[in-house]
Design a protein around this ligand. Structure first.
Ligand SMILES: [Zn+2]
Length: 134
């Protein structure tokens, strides 16, 4: 495998599906403490290199909590991820817009994961029936 092949596809935008089994209060770093209702959540992020390592980090519970999502992830079940390979960073915000088209999807916490863009948040709560599809 040459270098070009090795790195192709190891960058892009990702969508994480998380399940919060029960209502809980979580301190999201400096953003503050919030009460989250149980259910399915979607988080949009990107890694412009080492995408697979980033996904592995999100999957793992053994890490120093750094990003907003880390604090939420610590209390949620990891359901899976969807990768949009080679999409630039702005693709995160496109993905948020697309998810908001799901009826009744909403931002549970303003500013969650969106401190460097103009989105309301990069974490959305999505009603179970829509999240799992037909
Ligand atoms: Zn955004």
């Amino acid at each position: 495998m040459d270098k070009a092949q090795e790195f192709r596809g190891d960058q892009g935008v990702y969508l994480l599906w998380l399940d919060l089994p029960q209502s809980c209060s979580i301190t999201i770093g400096k953003l503050g403490e919030f009460t989250f209702t149980p259910g399915i959540y979607a988080y949009c992020g990107s890694a412009q290199r080492n995408l697979q390592a980033r996904i592995n980090r999100h999957r793992s519970l053994e890490k120093t909590l750094h990003w907003h999502i880390d604090y939420f992830r610590a209390r949620a079940r990891y359901l899976g991820e969807v990768l949009f390979l080679d999409l630039p960073k702005q693709g995160e915000c496109w993905l948020v817009e697309e998810l908001l088209r799901i009826p009744a999807a909403y931002y549970p916490v303003a500013g969650f994961g969106s401190s460097d863009c103009s989105c309301g948040a990069h974490l959305l709560k999505v009603p179970l029936a829509y999240a799992l599809g037909p």
